[in-house]
Design a protein around this ligand. Structure first.
Ligand SMILES: [Zn+2]
Length: 338
């Protein structure tokens, strides 16, 4: 079985975005704010958007199941306030639940959280509980920078975040560290802000002692860990200079990397540097990078192809990356699959 731990509903019906635009207009003129039930999307519309895109790609590439969450760029936690994010998360998560219900063999849900800049993440607990307990979701996406590129929140190791971590541990769900769109024009969102977010989160984990307080808390750092694997020597050395334990001991029971790296040399490096036990297969379909690589003739985001071509991993190690590690990182998935 091949499980892709990182897919977003980037192909949601256009009426979802129209609702969002009305919601944003309503921030200036509350009389324009749409009611939740004004958004009507039929099961047929959902089916069509999935069958044409994510499901077709699963079939073409021979993957079986995607851990599926709302469009990351669309979370835009910097827009409006906590109430804005609460309604938007409610709607986006419900759509994910409906897709997972329509295609239970192909998709398992992960939720977006109703974060808002400067608002304590305690406000996310109710939505996380709802998505896990009522929808059967198996994780969440946690934005380390709800300001959208200005980094105004405390680092992820700060006690600011602890109430949410306590709930994650209680529910036994991991978080993928995932920033959203950038409203800082210095940072392109998928090309810079995402990679910054991944790299920054890992360095925060090195600097702190979070996993002493939460030995079972788990995070996935997407996009191949940002710049981390490429600079592994720097991070090992920084940990050493700071008097921290080795990275293996300090972080690697708790931090996992996905394989959303869109060229062979990058995947070769990732799989040589990061232990197979800490790597999860992912492609981030549909649409982080859309095109075909003229050097290979294949889609950049067809990451299974790169992993299949890696020569330094044993078949057992590849199976860990494609399937086995998923059960470890997402314990609720294990229970669900059995
Ligand atoms: Zn993503």
């Amino acid at each position: 079985m091949i499980i892709d731990c990182h897919g977003h509903y980037t192909t949601a019906p256009k009426s979802l975005e129209a609702f969002r635009q009305k919601q944003i207009k309503g921030l200036k003129d509350p009389s324009l704010s749409p009611a939740k039930d004004s958004l009507r999307i039929s099961d047929d519309e959902l089916r069509e958007t999935i069958e044409k895109a994510q499901l077709r790609i699963q079939r073409e590439r021979g993957t079986d199941l995607t851990i599926f969450s709302p469009r990351a760029g669309g979370m835009a936690h910097h827009v409006g306030n906590a109430a804005t994010s609460a309604l938007w998360s409610d709607i986006c998560n419900e759509l994910i639940h409906r897709v997972c219900t329509l295609f239970p063999k192909n998709f398992v849900g992960v939720c977006q959280l109703p974060q808002s800049p400067g608002v304590r993440p305690d406000n996310c607990i109710a939505e996380l509980e709802r998505c896990v307990n009522e929808y059967g979701f198996i994780g969440c996406n946690l934005n380390p920078d709800p300001s959208g590129g200005y980094w105004t929140e405390p680092p992820l190791t700060d006690k600011w975040w602890y109430p949410l971590y306590e709930k994650m541990v209680e529910l036994d769900v991991p978080a993928m560290i995932h920033v959203s769109s950038s409203c800082n024009p210095a940072f392109h969102f998928t090309g810079a802000h995402y990679i910054n977010g991944d790299t920054t989160a890992f360095m925060q984990f090195i600097s702190g002692n979070l996993f002493k307080d939460f030995p079972t808390l788990k995070f996935i750092i997407p996009h191949g860990g940002g710049a981390v694997p490429y600079h592994w020597g720097r991070y090992r050395g920084l940990a050493q200079d700071m008097g921290k334990p080795s990275l293996q001991e300090h972080l690697m029971n708790n931090v996992f990397f996905d394989t959303c790296v869109y060229h062979q040399a990058g995947i070769d490096l990732l799989t040589r540097v990061i232990p197979a036990d800490n790597t999860l297969f992912a492609s981030e379909i549909v649409g982080a990078v859309k095109g075909i690589d003229p050097e290979t003739g294949h889609y950049y985001d067809d990451t299974r192809r790169y992993l299949d071509a890696v020569t330094t991993l044993s078949p057992a190690e590849k199976k860990k990356i494609f399937e086995d590690n998923l059960y470890k990182v997402y314990p609720r998935f294990k229970r669900r699959a059995r």
